[in-house]
Design a protein around this ligand. Structure first.
Ligand code: ATR
Length: 282
């Protein structure tokens, strides 16, 4: 359907810095257009020092909803009126709905990661996971896996204290969370490999092929399921493919976090396949 902008067109968008590489405008617009919803979704580049003014502007301009990306996901929280349980635990917000000037924040990254992983592995319960990294993305991944009933989640990070912080913060997620989540150092990764079913990279290592590897990827086994939340076939994923592992890059997580945001804003069932096509189109 053609875009037909008029006086009643609703405005949605994404704020980030930089934001020009964001894939969200493309696939969110495809979803609005497919369902015949009179709305547009735009990228807004917001410098860190302008974040507060931008959020006030969003209210004044009645922008109906927005996504938040790097580096504003944590910093936006104090400017919101209410946040979901996910945001409180994860400490980051990627989706806001504007209810007549009342801003409610959500984190759909945990949902996005879980839905994406279910495409490879329908049953996540009772499995053992190794999550590398302990930043905001790792917190979303670990939150999702804990809620899904993971048997074990090792969090390996260069700075172990950040992994310990996640374990501490997530203790109250359920009765056994304290036994499930184990912080470890990056040096322990190789010896843990035969104790886990799934390996997830949430660090920025692999954005460039020349990055120093996180561990010796040739030690992966063919039964490992390997996920990298980076949107490309990283050296980790190439190694997984060579071993014959099931593997996935960051696009499914991106797709499903966006689909969930769309549902929060519109109350409609997101046209996931339309969104996927828009996302993967060259
Ligand atoms: P995000 O919000 O995307 O998770 P982040 O909070 O900046 O981003 O976290 C980046 C992650 O990548 C962290 O786990 C970081 O490790 P530290 O906590 O030790 O900084 C990890 N990371 C970044 N560069 C790294 C490197 N060269 N080697 C190992 N880990 C690295």
């Amino acid at each position: 359907m053609e875009l037909d902008i008029n006086g009643q067109t609703a405005v949605y968008g994404i704020i980030g810095y930089p934001v020009k590489h964001s894939k969200s405008p493309k696939f969110q617009t495809a979803a609005f257009s497919h369902l015949g919803i009179n709305a547009v979704y735009l990228p807004f580049e917001v410098k860190p020092e302008d974040l507060k003014k931008a959020v006030e502007g969003i209210k004044s301009l009645s922008i109906k909803g927005f996504n938040i990306t790097v580096p504003h996901k944590e910093e936006v929280i104090p400017f919101l009126d209410e946040v979901s349980q996910e945001v409180k635990y994860i400490g980051a917000c990627n989706t806001v709905v504007n209810l007549d000037g009342y801003l409610k924040g959500y984190n759909t990254d945990a949902y996005g990661f879980i839905q994406g992983l279910k495409e490879l592995m329908p049953d996540l319960e009772g499995k053992r996971y190794l999550v590398i990294g302990a930043g905001g993305s790792s917190r979303a991944v670990v939150y999702g896996l804990t809620k899904e009933g993971a048997e074990k989640i090792y969090i390996a990070n260069r700075t172990v204290s950040r992994a310990e912080r996640i374990a501490e913060d997530f203790k109250s997620l359920h009765r056994f969370a304290e036994e499930v989540i184990k912080p470890v150092s990056l040096g322990q990764v190789e010896e843990l490999l035969d104790r886990v079913d799934v390996v997830v990279n949430t660090t920025s290592i692999g954005l460039r092929d020349e990055d120093e590897p996180l561990f010796d990827y040739s030690k992966l086994g063919k039964n490992h399921v390997v996920v990298d939340i980076i949107y490309r076939k990283t050296p980790l994923l190439k190694a997984a493919e060579e071993k014959g592992c099931l593997w996935q890059d960051g696009l499914p997580m991106l797709l499903y976090q966006g689909a969930k945001a769309f549902e929060i804003w519109t109350g409609r069932t997101p046209p996931v396949e339309v969104m996927r096509r828009a996302l993967t189109e060259k």
